[in-house]
Design a protein around this ligand. Structure first.
Ligand code: WT7
Length: 695
């Protein structure tokens, strides 16, 4: 506990103007997958857990399950027990009879002079089989083995994932923008002995040599005691060497060469149990080490398929474009698995949204006739700033749009609605997490009105609740914020943290568990670590993280991870990382560091800190500011008061600091960061106000 007096967050009153409802157009409603209000009844709590049969029945099962939900070992829920299936078969093979000539994936290279590339379901089937043959017969991999895939947004990424799924191999995709070190640590944690890379890719007009990361990753994994014996390298352009990094003989293999040996190979899909892990997705948490969220095959696939159908309104004839990166959970669930399970056409764009100019996205939409569009508030803010009128110049029509990843302010929402969606496209603001597999809160696009800045009610079969710090429910319309939890299990929830069951229980269930001995799911609410307010109409407004995770452009970064990176710079004595508000990215990290005695060259150390953070984590963690300070504010027991630093970085009230061990440092740092003169204090967003509270 901090020694500084402060308000209990659960009693912070949250005031904002209630936005008006916006109704979906009759045209959208007329064609929507989910237009019968009876669905609400079907998913009511009295029909739980059997209501989720509706999602599982959208899949092809090799053997039907006998138990929908097994709660015998909480909170390690089991879904669709007794069932067997194959995820790749469900996303590819089963569509061939009807849709073999239909586009499954359309690749849009960043350069506009390079043509788009379309893969039909038949072509996807052929390619996935050949890659599966490489994994099985050349690499010797089998069901349950892990493979780490560190790749950019190219077609070969989902092809590799599906090839793994075909064999029951557990894939662990690491976002291409993460560093080789980050990939190596994750590969070691997962126990992968094979890594899959691409040699290079284009981003922001530049060719990025990605193969260099492979060498760093293998070395990092080796330092952790994990040998990577094979690195499979996809070439971004067939037959061309775009990377300057040498191939290591006996370790590195071009996929192109290996595939020569497996032309026309067919690999039967391996039928796995519903609880067999499908993939790991590492995400930041409250300690330094990223955690491997382990997702199951049956429940996950059922959940993303059902939610893609009902909330993304995907029909096979739609052209669906989710602009997220497949290296994050959004891409897994809502570019690859959900859309492909529904035989959709899913667009994969290699580059950044505003390359070469602010009209790029809208040209892609026009060219491919995209009618479902899915992106983040950060991209919306960026595109709005870069070209507020651009969408109007292009002849595309969206029927449906999604915003996901961070809270969206009503002003940006309205631009999305009026200008991007041309007042025709329905919007869903979907709140969920890496851990949750799929949507937790969202409006039902044809059934619920939209409300700018609010995510909406719980998704079908999801029963959210807001608790205060003491486990007391904060009712709808109370105008008070609390911790949003989900009262029940659902098929998309992760199985556990890879190799760390204790951490899984501690992180998500200990806080509000009513009885650790109980096998009744009602005693095990899921703690999401987000602050939220519930309005009188049942719509949730998500305020942001309550732990020390910073949401940068919709991506989670752990402050502890960044701090550990800073501490590897030899001149740094102590470091603290706090969120600072950024106009486009939502939040960015700001670093406060004190130096060891006799180190004088602060400017140089600053540069080193930035470079080190980029090397250890990746460019995504690049700080907005580095402040080299004489000392960090501490309690008498020596705890660094990050909350005060966050207040300084965001020009908020630092509160009472007199009980600190070194109160005078606060004013000194404040002047250093904000300048000598008086500054106008700001209210600050809820997540920044609450930052550091759980320490
Ligand atoms: C955190 C999860 C969901 C997939 C992408 C991010 C924040 C997510 C929303 C939203 C407000 C949101 C939460 C959450 N978040 N969606 N619609 N409105 N906040 O997944 O990296 O696991 O991050 O993103 O704080 O806890 P993630």
């Amino acid at each position: 506990m901090s020694t500084v007096a402060r308000t209990d967050a659960s009693h912070i009153a949250v005031h904002w103007k209630e936005e008006d409802y916006v109704q979906p157009s009759p045209k959208f409603v007329g064609q929507a997958n989910l237009s019968d209000p009876a669905v609400v009844e079907r998913f009511k709590e009295e029909h739980f857990p059997e209501c989720f049969r509706e999602y599982a029945d959208m899949l092809a099962w090799d053997r039907y399950w006998h138990t929908t939900l097994d709660t015998s070992n909480p909170p390690f829920w089991k879904w669709f027990v007794g069932g067997t299936l194959n995820a790749c078969y469900n996303c590819v093979d089963r569509h061939l009879a009807k849709y073999k000539n239909k586009a499954a994936l359309i690749f849009v290279p960043e350069s506009e002079t390079e043509p788009t590339y379309t893969l039909t379901y038949q072509e996807l089937y052929i390619r996935v089989n050949e890659v599966a043959a490489v994994l099985r017969d050349f690499c010797g991999l089998k069901a349950g083995d892990r493979v780490t895939i560190h790749m950019p947004m190219i077609l070969e990424l989902p092809i590799t994932m599906l090839a793994c799924a075909r064999l029951g191999i557990v894939h662990s995709v690491v976002f291409g923008g993460f560093s080789g070190e980050a990939a190596g640590l994750r590969a070691a944690d997962s126990g992968s002995r094979v890594m899959v890379y691409a040699d290079a890719y284009y981003r922001n007009g530049k060719l990025i040599d990605h193969k260099t990361s492979a060498d760093i990753a293998v070395q990092t994994a080796a330092n952790e005691g994990q040998t990577i014996d094979k690195v499979l390298v996809w070439r971004r352009k067939d037959g061309q060497d775009l990377s300057n990094t040498a191939m290591v003989s006996g370790r590195d293999y071009y996929m192109e060469d290996l595939l020569e040996r497996f032309r026309r190979a067919k690999v039967a899909p391996v039928s796995v149990g519903a609880e067999h892990p499908l993939f790991l997705m590492y995400t930041s948490g409250t300690t330094g080490k990223p955690k491997g969220c382990q997702h199951r095959t049956g429940g996950y696939l059922a959940y993303v398929t059902g939610t893609s159908k009902y909330y993304q309104d995907i029909h096979p004839e739609d052209v669906y474009w989710c602009m997220a990166d497949i290296g994050w959970i959004t891409g897994h669930s809502y570019i690859v698995y959900g859309p492909l399970a529904l035989a959709a056409t899913s667009v994969i764009y290699e580059g950044v949204p505003n390359y070469p100019d602010a009209g790029r996205c809208w040209r892609i939409a026009e060219q491919l006739d995209v009618n479902i569009f899915h992106t983040s508030p950060t991209a919306i803010r960026l595109l709005r700033k870069a070209g507020p009128d651009e969408p109007l110049k292009y002849n595309y029509r969206f029927k449906h749009m999604t915003t996901v990843g961070e809270p969206i302010e009503p002003e940006s929402w309205r631009w999305y609605w009026e200008v991007v969606g041309k007042r025709e496209a329905v919007i869903v603001d979907t709140w969920w997490q890496t851990e949750t597999g799929g949507f937790l809160c969202t409006t039902k696009p044809a059934l619920d009105p939209m409300k700018a800045g609010s995510t909406g009610p719980g998704a079908l079969g999801i029963y959210p609740i807001i608790y205060d710090e003491h486990g007391k429910e904060i009712p709808a319309g109370a105008g008070r914020a609390g911790n949003v939890c989900i009262r029940n299990p659902w098929p998309g929830i992760m199985q556990t943290i890879w190799k760390d069951n204790d951490r899984f229980v501690r992180q998500y269930y200990s806080k509000y568990c009513k009885d650790p001995k109980s096998t009744d799911w009602r005693d095990w609410p899921y703690f999401a670590a987000d602050g939220a307010v519930l309005a009188g109409d049942g719509y949730y407004r998500i305020l942001g993280r309550v732990d020390d995770v910073i949401n940068v452009a919709g991506h989670r970064l752990g402050t502890k991870e960044i701090e550990s990176a800073c501490l590897t710079v030899p001149q740094v004595a102590e470091a603290a990382v706090v969120p600072v508000v950024d106009e486009i990215k939502g939040r960015m990290p700001a670093i406060y560091a004190s130096l060891k005695p006799d180190v004088t060259d602060g400017a140089h150390v600053s540069e080193q800190i930035v470079a080190t953070v980029e090397t250890i984590i990746g460019k995504i963690a690049r700080p907005k500011a580095v402040h080299i300070v004489p000392d960090l504010p501490k309690t008498r027991s020596g705890k660094i008061m990050r909350r005060i630093l966050a207040a300084i970085s965001n020009r908020m009230d630092t509160g009472d600091v007199t009980t600190l061990a070194n109160p005078e440092i606060v004013e000194q740092i404040r002047k250093q960061v904000q300048g000598e003169g008086p500054v106008e204090l700001q209210e600050g967003p809820e997540d920044v106000k609450r930052f550091g509270e759980q320490e």
